[in-house]
Write a protein that binds this ligand. Structure first.
Ligand code: G
Ligand code: G
Ligand code: MN
Ligand code: NA
Length: 252
């Protein structure tokens, strides 16, 4: 398929962009930014990340894409820090990355090269990291947290038997998937799921971020349920770097 070759060339040419979506606390303060890849294909226009990430995953290009994203995000974090904007950035990593030999060490080396403290980087993983080789994944994640990098468990609730995984994964944050958040204000069952998830996470000492918050009522319900932070269009969609800088200056 032509798309894979096009993606590879776009990465080599630096034509894949990162946009940044804020995570904010209920006091309105910025907790961090999530880096999200954006690719505008020269002929097809915008390609959805869901589409090209699946291609990268199945073709073996994923480690290269992740290196590109880490490199771009850390360069941006260093630039923001140079301007006094000390915001941590979260990068999504796929199960494949976590199983790449030397991944933890390469992340640590990259942080050092950019002069960015490990605490300014967060990695978002999903429960799928435990599917292939749980011990290997656990070792890599332990290596990363040992270097001071914070781990966040993304898409929580959409995977399989999540409770065992919560115990096995060295994460400090849990993100409630937007499929539970979307109808929180109108669906009692979703509200109960979110309530239980927040309580469970807190009893394990994890911070809870709700994704996909689009309206004030959902924001208020999440605040009342004791959620720690939110992400969603109500606050801001993912923004290009310059727009993010302006947003941080105004809101940070
Ligand atoms: O904004 P949104 O359409 O970007 O994201 C769609 C999906 O793509 C989400 O599941 C998101 O986690 C994933 N995604 C976005 N950016 C990256 C990235 O840099 N790496 C990986 N592995 N997934 C990403
Ligand atoms: O899987 P992950 O959580 O990394 O992906 C985030 C995805 O959710 C991206 O596609 C992003 O654009 C999308 N997104 C972010 N905020 C909102 C929101 O408030 N509503 C909806 N519907 N999608 C959102
Ligand atoms: Mn994510
Ligand atoms: Na998610």
């Amino acid at each position: 398929l032509g798309l894979l070759g096009d993606l590879r060339r776009a990465l080599d040419a630096g034509d894949v962009e990162l946009h940044y979506q804020p995570k904010v606390g209920f006091d309105g303060r910025v907790r961090g930014l999530e880096a999200l890849v954006r690719w505008v294909h020269p002929e097809r226009g915008r390609v959805s990340p869901d589409e090209f990430i699946a291609i990268a995953e199945s073709s073996g290009l994923m480690p290269h894409l992740t290196e590109y994203v880490l490199e771009t995000a850390l360069r941006q974090v260093a630039a923001w820090r140079g301007k006094g904007l000390m915001v941590p950035v979260a990068v999504n990593v796929s199960p494949r990355d976590v199983h790449t030999p030397g991944f933890a060490g390469s992340v640590a080396a990259r942080l050092a090269r950019h002069g960015v403290p490990p605490s300014a980087l967060q990695l978002e993983i999903t429960e799928h990291v435990l599917l292939e080789d749980p011990q290997r994944a656990a070792d890599t994640l332990a290596g990363l947290t040992g270097h001071g990098v914070k781990m966040s468990l993304d898409d929580f609730g959409t995977g399989y038997s999540s409770l065992v995984h919560l115990r096995r994964l060295p994460v400090s944050e849990l993100k409630i998937d937007r499929s539970f958040v979307a109808r929180l204000a109108v669906d009692n069952e979703d509200a109960e799921i979110v309530r239980c998830t927040v309580d469970l996470a807190h009893s394990l000492g994890l911070l809870v971020v709700a994704e996909g918050v689009e309206d004030d009522e959902t924001w208020e319900r999440l605040r009342d349920l004791g959620c720690d932070a939110v992400q969603g269009w109500l606050v801001a969609a993912a923004m290009p770097p310059d727009e993010t800088t302006a947003w941080l200056r105004l809101r940070g």
